[in-house]
Ligand binder design. Structure first.
Ligand code: SF4
Length: 315
């Protein structure tokens, strides 16, 4: 069995809808972040590697070059010839609207690109941005808005210095849903002060408002962050692999079958990753999640309750 036997993955969903493999190509379009440039704060989220904002870092290649390089790797590994341009790095709706449009259309103009997935903070999504993305979607492209929520609890968001709360997420989500734009919400497991109960509660709050996609990953401790400082002093303890796998399986069981999982784990590059060491073994983590679901004899939505369904209907 594979993970896709238990989970509605974005990859399988794209294959079904487009009749061929479609891969996301992660891009850095050179955007900044309001939690770094002073609009919301200057320190950034406590887990974010601020060194990556170093202006002396090497120049970012043009989008066309990044897409060509990513497509070549994906084609070699999987044979896929169709791609979603995934604006991943930093806050990809934070900028002048003309610049956003130019970047998105430049990506869409590259060979094999059939759509966009745009990652951002909930407090950087206004009506104009949603109109822009919905307009692209209306021209026949696949378009996703990826909202980094991480936790639905304001005290946790304050503790990691996100610079926004759940209210901003709700507002951005409502704007997107008002235009029928699919949203993928990012949640981090293992945030300081959060156990499995909070992860499940965050999921329930997200599902209650309605969402089309989810991305889960464990909290990484990376160099040059406040979290690394806390971790070195024993003030933060990362999740074990077993804890992560168990909680992810619980969340999958509580998620309606129609929601697409864009990702079930994630890692950081080895030169900055301090822990947990297991999160760098992506396939070992995914295999462990599959084994856990198989051993439980369950699948996505396998433990949905009537209460859950009612809550969603009211959301
Ligand atoms: S994690 Fe995202 S929102 Fe937080 S400081 Fe880094 S780029 Fe900004």
């Amino acid at each position: 069995m594979t993970l896709a036997d238990h989970v509605n993955t974005l990859g399988q969903d794209l294959l079904r809808r487009h009749g061929q493999r479609v891969h996301k190509l992660a891009l850095n379009a050179g955007f900044s972040c309001p939690n770094r440039d002073g609009l919301k704060g200057t320190g950034g989220c406590s887990f974010c590697n601020n060194a990556s904002f170093n202006p002396t870092a090497r120049a970012i290649p043009p989008l066309a070059e990044q897409i060509a390089a990513g497509a070549a790797v994906v084609a070699r590994r999987t044979g896929a010839r169709r791609y979603l341009a995934y604006f991943q790095a930093y806050t990809n709706t934070y900028g002048d609207l003309d610049r956003l449009a130019a970047q998105y259309w430049e990506a869409l103009a590259q060979p094999g690109v059939i759509g966009l997935s745009v990652g951002t903070r909930p407090d950087c999504v206004g009506p104009e941005v949603v109109d822009l993305l919905a307009g692209i979607r209306d021209r026949g492209y696949e378009v996703w808005l990826e909202l980094g929520l991480q936790s639905a609890f304001d005290d946790t968001l304050a503790r990691v210095n996100r610079g926004h709360g759940f209210a901003e997420y709700r507002a951005a989500l409502n704007l997107a849903r008002g235009r029928g734009l699919p949203v993928c919400t990012h949640l981090i497991l293992g945030l300081p002060g959060e156990g499995p109960e909070r992860a499940l509660a965050s999921l329930q709050r997200v599902l209650a408002l309605g969402v089309e996609g989810l991305k889960l990953h464990p909290l990484h401790v990376v160099r040059h962050t406040r979290l690394a400082w806390e971790w070195r002093r024993g003030l933060y303890q990362p999740l074990t692999l077993a804890e992560y796998v168990h909680t992810v399986a619980d969340l999958i069981e509580q998620t309606p079958a129609e929601v697409r999982f864009h990702r079930l784990t994630g890692t950081a590059s080895m030169d900055i990753l301090l822990g947990p060491a297991w999160c760098n073994r992506k396939w070992a983590v995914l295999n462990a999640i599959e084994a856990e679901l198989r051993q439980r004899g369950t699948q996505q939505g396998g433990r949905l309750t009537q209460v859950d369904a009612k809550t969603r209907a009211c959301g």
